[in-house]
Ligand binder design. Structure first.
Ligand code: MET
Ligand code: ZN
Length: 715
């Protein structure tokens, strides 16, 4: 095999610099274009990527990092793990990804601690692994025809099986990987990259033994490319010596999130991830060079800390950003140029970076009166019926509102005219809720393009981009704001909308805020302060807003934290500290409220199990939580909270209208576990992706079910 190239990246964005793939996918899914047209769009993106990486001076080009939907799904197809029920679909790949009429899609979940979502492999007793190497081979040939030798990237066997909860199938799967390596060798491929990010989490001795046997076996193959095992999103920990003991030739380490390896790696090529793939900042050359020089190997390759999938394409597209901020930013293209530049510098012999400064412990949050005191004050003040009915905040975002926002940006609609339109929408939302008979109303969030971006646009210390799209899943992209400086709130943000809504009705209207952890989790965040301190700054801004809402007469305030679970560190040892400061931040944001003011919080995205104690620690008067998909499990777990609780009575992700009987049944199950005084009735999450027709029909049934139960309980 040839020596490993001196510079590389672990992967690259693939949605297209102007989201070309998104458009091509959606046209194909809608039946407006053929599969051949979709494949052509993919080929254009791949060609552009390879050409650009080469132009920027990168030596080692990856292939097979492109995907029409998801790289884990691609790996399942590669290994033949296609459940039989999808095989007869018109397009089995997209049937697995998105479902068809009558066929539910495979489950999707978050890719480690990123906002990218992958398709969970479904591996059962009937799964027969059988290699189908068409995609990686085709990409190698396609690149070669353009004049580029590439290194195919495939999810490694251990990570793939851990994601599919089927590590016991390792022997069979390794047979497929052996065949793949032989096929790639026959094609003249010099190096293959096997991604093993699962190794940066806590692994059991059995899992580490499986890792050793996997790479001993693949390494023993006589005709194969060089094996490059890539890890990312953290430190390899105990997996590093295990991997170092196998015959793999190259090991990838994340030197941004993980430490410099202390294991002797002298016989290995170390692919050193010194340019972050998780943030948008320029790399400090001093820090990168120091980290590179400290790697205990004579053969060090410069790379990114992970795939660049998680950052936008090109900062030069951002013509409206402040020049001073723009100068600090690096998106994928800029990061590739940094990798190439670092590789051209001799980096041996510089001093390693000094230890980071010790940090003070978390600030003890100011606390409100005990719950019993607050609950009594709130009951007296709010006088709500038993089983109060509410919603999670957003109402349908209409096409007119989106068009109006675009018109303001384009300069064809005045701000004043837009605001009148928002107020008219608020009035509509209030009237709908009154007509339906809900108890705690919302203004519907019509002014928000997004629950994080809206706040970012109104806080100091944030910038928003014009084209900084990042793939979230499939064709879905988000445009995370950039938190670049000290955060503060120059003036009230939501007060005018909340008070306008309250002026239209005698029913209480909830004020709606996004919590500090969620605002930070869904942004790109400055890296010169500990994350905790950044979250505390945002918490203080939210606290200002809570105070102003309260002063304006809003007596119920909801602070949403749907991303609380998302920032949880991958290693258990770090989780407790995170949860402690995350809870402290929430309480800092909300504890300025008086006892009479009812604080609600909202969480969604099913797997709350791991952070239940933290949710309890938020000490919100009412917690509304996703439960349609996690059901009785979550109920049993939150039963002990001892404060108000609103387990969602229907799933808002589906257009289906739940029947009144169905909602009643769910409420009965809730009432079997929780005392009636503590139960709230609400959907699983916000309604912005639904139509008014669906919302009104669903909520009408929720009201019918609730009234029947109230009558029965004599409440
Ligand atoms: C992802 S949680 C969403 C909460 C927000 N208040 C909404 O209703 O849209
Ligand atoms: Zn939600």
């Amino acid at each position: 095999m040839s020596p490993f190239p001196r510079s590389t990246v672990l992967g690259y964005p693939r949605i297209g610099p102007r989201r070309e793939l998104k458009r091509a996918l959606e046209a194909y899914w809608d039946g407006r274009t053929s599969r051949a047209e979709l494949d052509r769009a993919g080929a254009e993106i791949r060609e552009r990527t390879w050409r650009r990486l080469a132009e920027l001076g990168l030596e080692g080009l990856p292939s097979n990092t492109f995907s029409l939907y998801d790289q884990v799904l691609d790996t399942a197809v590669l290994l033949g793990a296609v459940p039989s029920r999808y095989r007869d679909a018109a397009d089995p790949y997209f049937a697995m990804a998105r479902g068809t009429e009558g066929l539910a899609p495979l489950r999707m979940t978050k890719w480690f601690d990123t906002n990218y979502h992958y398709i969970v492999p479904e591996i059962g007793p009937e799964t027969v692994f059988k290699l189908d190497p068409a995609k990686p081979l085709a990409e190698v040939r396609e690149a070669r025809a353009l004049g580029f030798e590439t290194r195919p990237v495939v999810v490694g066997p251990v990570t793939f099986l851990l994601l599919g909860s089927a590590l016991e199938r390792l022997d069979e799967v390794l047979g497929c990987y052996e065949e793949l390596l032989a096929a790639l060798a026959a094609e003249g491929v010099q190096w293959v990259q096997l991604d093993e990010p699962a190794l940066v989490g806590d692994r059991t001795p059995e899992e580490l033994a499986a890792l050793r046997s996997a790479y001993d076996r693949l390494g023993a193959l006589s005709a194969r490319p060089g094996l490059f095992v890539a890890s990312y999103f953290g430190d390899l920990g105990e997996a590093l010596p295990v991997l170092a003991g196998t015959p793999v030739e190259a090991i990838g380490v994340d030197l941004v999130r993980g430490g410099v390896p202390v294991v002797d790696l002298s016989g290995k090529t170390v692919v050193a991830g010194v340019v972050s793939g998780r943030d948008v900042w320029r790399t400090s050359p001093e820090r990168a060079l120091a980290a590179l020089a400290a790697v205990p190997s004579g053969d060090v390759v410069v790379s990114t800390s992970c795939s660049l999938l998680h950052v936008p394409y090109d900062v030069s597209a951002e013509t409206a950003l402040e020049p001073a901020l723009k100068a600090r930013l690096a998106f994928a293209e800029q990061k590739v140029a940094e990798v190439a530049a670092l590789a051209r510098t001799g980096f041996h012999g510089s001093a390693p970076a000094g230890p980071s400064v010790a940090l003070p412990g978390p600030v003890v949050p100011e606390s409100r009166s005990p719950y019993a005191v607050r609950a009594a004050a709130q009951a007296e003040h709010l006088r709500l019926p038993a089983l109060p009915i509410t919603t999670i905040g957003s109402f349908p975002q209409t096409g007119e509102l989106r068009a109006a926002r675009a018109a303001v940006t384009a300069g064809t609609l005045s701000q004043a005219a837009y605001e009148r339109q928002v107020e008219a929408e608020i009035e509509r939302v209030i009237r709908v809720q009154e007509r339906l008979g809900l108890d705690v109303l919302v203004h519907g969030e019509p002014e928000r393009n997004d629950m994080v971006q809206y706040f970012a646009e109104h806080l100091d210390g944030f910038a928003v981009t014009a084209a900084g799209w990042v793939q979230s899943y499939g064709s879905r992209c988000t445009r995370p704001p950039i938190l670049h400086g000290d955060v503060s709130r120059p003036e009230p943000i939501t007060v005018r909308w909340a008070t306008h809504a309250q002026s239209l009705t005698d029913k209480p209207v909830k004020g709606m805020l996004t919590g500090p952890v969620t605002i930070v989790a869904w942004s790109f965040v400055r890296d010169d302060l500990p994350l905790r301190d950044v979250v505390f700054q945002v918490a203080d801004a939210v606290r200002d807003e809570v105070r102003d809402l309260e002063a304006a007469g809003v007596s119920i305030i909801q602070v949403d934290e749907p991303a609380l679970r998302e920032l949880l560190p991958l290693r258990r040892a770090a989780q407790e500290d995170y949860l402690e400061w995350a809870v402290a931040a929430y309480r800092r944001a909300t504890s300025g409220a008086g006892d009479r003011t009812q604080i609600h919080t909202h969480l969604c995205y099913s797997d709350a199990d791991q952070i239940l104690a933290a949710i309890d620690g938020l000490d919100a008067d009412v917690t509304t939580i996703e439960s349609a998909r996690s059901g009785a499990r979550i109920l049993g777990a939150v039963e002990t909270f001892g404060r108000g609780l609103g387990p969602g009575v229907y799933d808002i992700h589906s257009p289906r209208v739940p029947g009144a009987a169905e909602v009643e049944e769910l409420l009965r199950r809730t009432l079997a576990v929780l005392p009636v005084e503590r139960v709230w009735v609400n959907p699983d999450c916000g309604l912005k992706t639904r139509t008014y027709e669906q919302v009104e029909a669903s909520l009408a049934n929720v009201v019918t079910a609730t009234r029947r139960l109230r009558a029965e309980l004599g409440a």
